[in-house]
Design a binder for this molecule. Structure first.
Ligand code: SF4
Length: 323
Protein backbone atom coordinates (compact mmCIF):
# COMPACT_ATOMS: atom_id res chain seq x y z
CA UNK A 1 0.00 0.00 0.00
CA UNK A 2 1.27 3.44 -0.79
CA UNK A 3 -0.51 6.73 -0.19
CA UNK A 4 1.77 8.38 -2.70
CA UNK A 5 0.61 6.57 -5.81
CA UNK A 6 -2.98 5.56 -5.08
CA UNK A 7 -4.42 2.09 -4.62
CA UNK A 8 -1.50 -0.26 -4.66
CA UNK A 9 -0.94 -3.98 -4.98
CA UNK A 10 2.07 -4.86 -2.83
CA UNK A 11 4.67 -7.45 -3.89
CA UNK A 12 7.15 -8.82 -1.32
CA UNK A 13 10.41 -9.97 -2.90
CA UNK A 14 11.79 -10.17 0.67
CA UNK A 15 9.18 -11.92 2.86
CA UNK A 16 9.27 -12.14 6.69
CA UNK A 17 11.31 -12.37 8.85
CA UNK A 18 12.54 -8.84 8.19
CA UNK A 19 15.85 -8.78 6.35
CA UNK A 20 17.43 -5.39 5.83
CA UNK A 21 20.74 -3.57 5.70
CA UNK A 22 19.25 -0.82 7.91
CA UNK A 23 17.45 -0.87 11.24
CA UNK A 24 15.58 2.45 11.04
CA UNK A 25 14.28 3.83 14.34
CA UNK A 26 10.83 4.35 12.82
CA UNK A 27 10.51 1.05 10.94
CA UNK A 28 6.94 -0.26 11.04
CA UNK A 29 8.23 -3.83 10.83
CA UNK A 30 10.05 -3.62 14.16
CA UNK A 31 13.73 -4.43 14.73
CA UNK A 32 15.65 -5.93 11.81
CA UNK A 33 15.78 -9.69 12.42
CA UNK A 34 18.42 -10.49 9.79
CA UNK A 35 20.94 -7.75 8.99
CA UNK A 36 22.06 -8.03 5.38
CA UNK A 37 25.72 -7.21 4.97
CA UNK A 38 26.17 -9.01 1.69
CA UNK A 39 23.68 -9.99 -0.99
CA UNK A 40 25.33 -13.41 -1.42
CA UNK A 41 24.36 -14.28 2.17
CA UNK A 42 20.59 -14.06 1.48
CA UNK A 43 20.53 -15.18 -2.15
CA UNK A 44 19.20 -18.67 -1.47
CA UNK A 45 16.65 -17.60 1.15
CA UNK A 46 14.53 -15.36 -1.04
CA UNK A 47 11.64 -16.28 -3.35
CA UNK A 48 12.00 -16.59 -7.11
CA UNK A 49 9.70 -15.18 -9.79
CA UNK A 50 7.60 -18.36 -9.89
CA UNK A 51 6.71 -18.04 -6.19
CA UNK A 52 5.92 -14.35 -6.66
CA UNK A 53 3.68 -15.19 -9.61
CA UNK A 54 1.81 -17.86 -7.62
CA UNK A 55 1.16 -15.36 -4.80
CA UNK A 56 0.11 -12.73 -7.31
CA UNK A 57 -2.34 -15.05 -9.06
CA UNK A 58 -3.85 -16.01 -5.71
CA UNK A 59 -4.29 -12.34 -4.88
CA UNK A 60 -5.77 -11.51 -8.28
CA UNK A 61 -8.44 -14.17 -7.77
CA UNK A 62 -9.65 -12.10 -4.82
CA UNK A 63 -9.17 -8.50 -5.91
CA UNK A 64 -10.49 -6.51 -8.86
CA UNK A 65 -7.61 -5.40 -11.14
CA UNK A 66 -9.65 -2.39 -12.31
CA UNK A 67 -9.58 -0.99 -8.78
CA UNK A 68 -5.75 -0.83 -8.65
CA UNK A 69 -3.57 2.15 -9.62
CA UNK A 70 -0.08 0.79 -9.15
CA UNK A 71 2.05 -2.24 -8.23
CA UNK A 72 4.56 -1.60 -5.43
CA UNK A 73 7.61 -3.77 -4.70
CA UNK A 74 8.53 -3.19 -1.06
CA UNK A 75 8.71 -6.28 1.15
CA UNK A 76 9.65 -7.13 4.71
CA UNK A 77 13.03 -5.49 4.44
CA UNK A 78 15.13 -4.23 1.55
CA UNK A 79 13.58 -5.41 -1.76
CA UNK A 80 16.71 -4.88 -3.90
CA UNK A 81 18.36 -7.63 -1.83
CA UNK A 82 16.49 -10.07 -4.07
CA UNK A 83 18.65 -10.20 -7.20
CA UNK A 84 15.80 -11.80 -9.18
CA UNK A 85 13.90 -8.53 -8.89
CA UNK A 86 14.27 -7.58 -12.56
CA UNK A 87 12.80 -10.91 -13.71
CA UNK A 88 10.00 -10.54 -11.14
CA UNK A 89 9.05 -7.12 -12.49
CA UNK A 90 8.94 -8.50 -16.05
CA UNK A 91 6.76 -11.39 -14.85
CA UNK A 92 4.35 -9.09 -13.00
CA UNK A 93 4.08 -6.82 -16.06
CA UNK A 94 2.86 -9.74 -18.16
CA UNK A 95 -0.09 -10.14 -15.76
CA UNK A 96 -0.68 -6.43 -15.19
CA UNK A 97 0.57 -4.66 -18.32
CA UNK A 98 -1.30 -1.40 -17.69
CA UNK A 99 -0.16 -0.65 -14.15
CA UNK A 100 2.97 1.37 -13.33
CA UNK A 101 5.47 -0.53 -11.19
CA UNK A 102 7.10 1.21 -8.21
CA UNK A 103 9.97 0.12 -5.96
CA UNK A 104 10.70 1.45 -2.47
CA UNK A 105 14.38 1.07 -1.52
CA UNK A 106 16.81 2.26 1.14
CA UNK A 107 19.41 2.67 -1.61
CA UNK A 108 22.17 0.76 0.18
CA UNK A 109 22.73 -1.70 -2.69
CA UNK A 110 22.56 0.74 -5.60
CA UNK A 111 26.29 0.28 -6.10
CA UNK A 112 25.75 -3.36 -7.07
CA UNK A 113 25.70 -3.69 -10.90
CA UNK A 114 22.98 -6.38 -10.88
CA UNK A 115 20.77 -4.27 -8.59
CA UNK A 116 21.24 -1.29 -10.91
CA UNK A 117 20.32 -3.46 -13.90
CA UNK A 118 17.17 -4.69 -12.13
CA UNK A 119 16.07 -1.13 -11.41
CA UNK A 120 15.88 -0.40 -15.15
CA UNK A 121 12.72 -2.53 -15.24
CA UNK A 122 10.79 -0.20 -12.90
CA UNK A 123 8.70 2.88 -13.71
CA UNK A 124 9.35 4.65 -10.42
CA UNK A 125 12.18 4.10 -7.92
CA UNK A 126 11.69 5.74 -4.52
CA UNK A 127 14.93 6.03 -2.52
CA UNK A 128 14.99 6.64 1.22
CA UNK A 129 16.91 9.84 2.03
CA UNK A 130 16.50 10.79 5.70
CA UNK A 131 19.82 12.46 6.44
CA UNK A 132 22.37 14.74 4.79
CA UNK A 133 25.31 13.61 6.94
CA UNK A 134 26.72 10.31 8.19
CA UNK A 135 26.19 11.01 11.88
CA UNK A 136 22.42 11.64 11.54
CA UNK A 137 22.10 8.77 9.08
CA UNK A 138 23.68 6.38 11.63
CA UNK A 139 21.26 7.59 14.36
CA UNK A 140 18.07 7.37 12.27
CA UNK A 141 18.70 4.56 9.79
CA UNK A 142 21.29 2.59 11.81
CA UNK A 143 22.97 0.82 8.86
CA UNK A 144 24.61 -2.48 9.71
CA UNK A 145 27.88 -1.56 8.03
CA UNK A 146 30.01 1.51 7.36
CA UNK A 147 27.62 2.93 4.76
CA UNK A 148 28.78 6.34 3.59
CA UNK A 149 25.88 8.68 3.05
CA UNK A 150 27.81 10.58 0.37
CA UNK A 151 27.95 7.31 -1.58
CA UNK A 152 24.14 7.23 -1.69
CA UNK A 153 24.05 10.62 -3.48
CA UNK A 154 26.62 9.33 -6.01
CA UNK A 155 24.60 6.15 -6.55
CA UNK A 156 21.42 8.16 -7.17
CA UNK A 157 23.30 10.25 -9.76
CA UNK A 158 24.50 7.04 -11.37
CA UNK A 159 20.94 5.67 -11.41
CA UNK A 160 19.91 8.77 -13.36
CA UNK A 161 22.72 8.29 -15.88
CA UNK A 162 21.94 4.63 -16.51
CA UNK A 163 18.12 4.46 -16.40
CA UNK A 164 15.07 6.41 -17.48
CA UNK A 165 13.01 5.57 -14.41
CA UNK A 166 11.27 8.29 -12.46
CA UNK A 167 13.37 8.84 -9.32
CA UNK A 168 11.74 10.00 -6.09
CA UNK A 169 13.37 10.67 -2.73
CA UNK A 170 11.39 9.59 0.33
CA UNK A 171 12.38 11.75 3.27
CA UNK A 172 11.14 10.76 6.73
CA UNK A 173 11.15 13.84 8.94
CA UNK A 174 11.08 13.19 12.68
CA UNK A 175 12.30 13.91 16.17
CA UNK A 176 13.67 11.45 18.70
CA UNK A 177 13.15 11.81 22.44
CA UNK A 178 16.95 11.69 22.82
CA UNK A 179 17.10 15.09 21.05
CA UNK A 180 18.22 13.80 17.64
CA UNK A 181 16.20 15.28 14.78
CA UNK A 182 16.53 15.91 11.07
CA UNK A 183 14.27 18.98 11.22
CA UNK A 184 16.46 21.26 13.30
CA UNK A 185 20.01 22.58 13.53
CA UNK A 186 22.84 21.38 11.33
CA UNK A 187 21.19 17.99 10.45
CA UNK A 188 18.32 19.94 8.87
CA UNK A 189 20.68 22.27 7.00
CA UNK A 190 22.76 19.42 5.62
CA UNK A 191 19.63 17.46 4.63
CA UNK A 192 18.15 20.45 2.77
CA UNK A 193 21.50 21.06 1.09
CA UNK A 194 22.03 17.41 0.00
CA UNK A 195 18.46 17.06 -1.33
CA UNK A 196 18.82 20.35 -3.21
CA UNK A 197 22.07 19.20 -4.84
CA UNK A 198 20.15 16.23 -6.26
CA UNK A 199 17.51 18.42 -7.92
CA UNK A 200 19.01 17.96 -11.44
CA UNK A 201 18.70 14.16 -11.23
CA UNK A 202 15.63 13.60 -9.04
CA UNK A 203 12.05 13.99 -10.28
CA UNK A 204 10.20 14.19 -6.99
CA UNK A 205 10.75 14.69 -3.25
CA UNK A 206 8.22 13.09 -0.89
CA UNK A 207 8.16 14.48 2.64
CA UNK A 208 6.81 12.11 5.20
CA UNK A 209 6.56 11.75 8.95
CA UNK A 210 5.95 8.61 11.04
CA UNK A 211 2.25 9.17 11.70
CA UNK A 212 1.51 5.58 12.69
CA UNK A 213 2.53 4.43 16.19
CA UNK A 214 6.23 3.58 16.03
CA UNK A 215 7.58 0.35 17.48
CA UNK A 216 10.26 2.42 19.23
CA UNK A 217 8.52 4.81 21.58
CA UNK A 218 11.16 7.55 21.31
CA UNK A 219 10.13 8.39 17.72
CA UNK A 220 8.00 11.52 17.43
CA UNK A 221 6.25 12.77 14.26
CA UNK A 222 6.33 16.42 13.21
CA UNK A 223 3.26 18.52 12.34
CA UNK A 224 1.91 19.32 8.87
CA UNK A 225 3.04 22.92 9.44
CA UNK A 226 6.61 21.70 10.04
CA UNK A 227 6.44 19.51 6.91
CA UNK A 228 5.35 22.57 4.91
CA UNK A 229 8.11 24.63 6.47
CA UNK A 230 10.71 22.05 5.44
CA UNK A 231 9.23 21.99 1.92
CA UNK A 232 9.63 25.75 1.65
CA UNK A 233 13.38 25.33 2.31
CA UNK A 234 13.57 23.18 -0.83
CA UNK A 235 11.79 25.68 -3.04
CA UNK A 236 15.01 27.24 -4.36
CA UNK A 237 15.92 23.89 -5.92
CA UNK A 238 12.51 22.30 -6.58
CA UNK A 239 9.27 23.72 -7.98
CA UNK A 240 6.38 23.07 -5.62
CA UNK A 241 4.87 20.50 -8.01
CA UNK A 242 7.98 18.36 -7.49
CA UNK A 243 7.45 18.23 -3.71
CA UNK A 244 4.78 15.97 -2.20
CA UNK A 245 3.85 16.46 1.42
CA UNK A 246 2.24 13.68 3.40
CA UNK A 247 -1.29 14.63 4.45
CA UNK A 248 -1.63 17.14 1.61
CA UNK A 249 -0.83 15.20 -1.58
CA UNK A 250 -2.63 12.02 -0.60
CA UNK A 251 -3.43 10.04 -3.73
CA UNK A 252 -5.29 7.31 -1.89
CA UNK A 253 -8.92 8.43 -1.92
CA UNK A 254 -10.65 5.06 -2.14
CA UNK A 255 -9.98 1.41 -1.55
CA UNK A 256 -9.21 -1.44 -3.89
CA UNK A 257 -12.28 -3.61 -4.61
CA UNK A 258 -12.16 -7.19 -3.44
CA UNK A 259 -14.12 -9.87 -5.30
CA UNK A 260 -13.86 -12.23 -2.34
CA UNK A 261 -11.67 -13.01 0.66
CA UNK A 262 -10.32 -16.50 1.17
CA UNK A 263 -9.99 -15.77 4.89
CA UNK A 264 -10.77 -12.33 6.24
CA UNK A 265 -9.01 -13.09 9.51
CA UNK A 266 -5.82 -14.01 7.63
CA UNK A 267 -6.05 -10.87 5.48
CA UNK A 268 -6.38 -8.71 8.61
CA UNK A 269 -3.40 -10.44 10.22
CA UNK A 270 -1.29 -10.03 7.08
CA UNK A 271 -2.06 -6.30 7.00
CA UNK A 272 -1.27 -5.85 10.68
CA UNK A 273 1.97 -7.76 10.29
CA UNK A 274 3.08 -5.08 7.85
CA UNK A 275 1.94 -2.08 9.86
CA UNK A 276 -0.39 -1.06 12.71
CA UNK A 277 -3.81 0.03 11.40
CA UNK A 278 -6.90 1.86 12.57
CA UNK A 279 -10.38 0.49 11.90
CA UNK A 280 -10.80 2.89 8.99
CA UNK A 281 -7.51 1.72 7.43
CA UNK A 282 -8.69 -1.90 7.54
CA UNK A 283 -12.16 -1.05 6.18
CA UNK A 284 -10.58 0.90 3.33
CA UNK A 285 -7.85 -1.58 2.43
CA UNK A 286 -9.87 -4.77 2.76
CA UNK A 287 -13.13 -3.36 1.42
CA UNK A 288 -15.32 -4.89 4.13
CA UNK A 289 -18.24 -3.46 6.12
CA UNK A 290 -17.42 -2.05 9.54
CA UNK A 291 -19.79 -4.42 11.38
CA UNK A 292 -18.11 -7.53 9.94
CA UNK A 293 -14.72 -6.06 10.75
CA UNK A 294 -15.64 -5.29 14.36
CA UNK A 295 -16.74 -8.86 14.95
CA UNK A 296 -13.51 -10.26 13.45
CA UNK A 297 -11.38 -7.82 15.45
CA UNK A 298 -13.11 -8.97 18.61
CA UNK A 299 -12.39 -12.65 17.77
CA UNK A 300 -8.76 -11.90 17.00
CA UNK A 301 -8.31 -9.97 20.25
CA UNK A 302 -9.91 -12.74 22.30
CA UNK A 303 -7.57 -15.29 20.75
CA UNK A 304 -4.60 -12.94 21.52
CA UNK A 305 -3.60 -12.70 17.87
CA UNK A 306 -3.83 -8.90 17.87
CA UNK A 307 -3.57 -6.13 20.44
CA UNK A 308 -4.76 -2.50 20.53
CA UNK A 309 -3.11 0.71 21.70
CA UNK A 310 -3.99 4.43 21.65
CA UNK A 311 -1.59 6.71 19.74
CA UNK A 312 -2.14 10.44 19.06
CA UNK A 313 -5.81 10.03 20.16
CA UNK A 314 -6.51 7.18 17.76
CA UNK A 315 -6.88 3.45 18.42
CA UNK A 316 -4.46 1.24 16.46
CA UNK A 317 -4.46 -2.53 16.14
CA UNK A 318 -1.19 -4.48 16.11
CA UNK A 319 -0.25 -7.99 15.16
CA UNK A 320 0.68 -9.51 18.50
CA UNK A 321 4.23 -10.22 17.27
CA UNK A 322 4.87 -6.61 16.35
CA UNK A 323 3.65 -4.58 19.35
S1 SF4 B 1 15.10 0.51 5.27
FE1 SF4 B 1 12.88 0.18 5.35
S2 SF4 B 1 12.62 -1.98 5.95
FE2 SF4 B 1 14.76 -1.42 6.37
S3 SF4 B 1 14.74 -0.84 8.53
FE3 SF4 B 1 14.46 1.03 7.31
S4 SF4 B 1 12.24 1.34 7.16
FE4 SF4 B 1 12.59 -0.79 7.83
Amino acid sequence: MSWRYGRSLGIDPVPPPKRCSFNCVYCQLGPTKILIQSLDAVENELPDEEQILNDLDEYLRQISIESLDVVTFSGSGEPTANLRLGEMVRTVRKRLPNLPVVLLTNGSFLGNPQVMKNLRELDIVTVKFDAGDDKTHRKINRPCYAFQHSQLARDIQNLRKTTRVTIALEVMLLKLASGISNVSGSPRNSLVSEISKLAPVVDLVQLYTPWRPPVEQEVQPISTAQLKDFASDLNDAFDSDRIWIYGIHDARKQSASWKSHQSLCDDILIMLQRRPCRLKDLVQSLDIPINSLLSLISQLRQSNKITARQYQNELYYFHQNSD
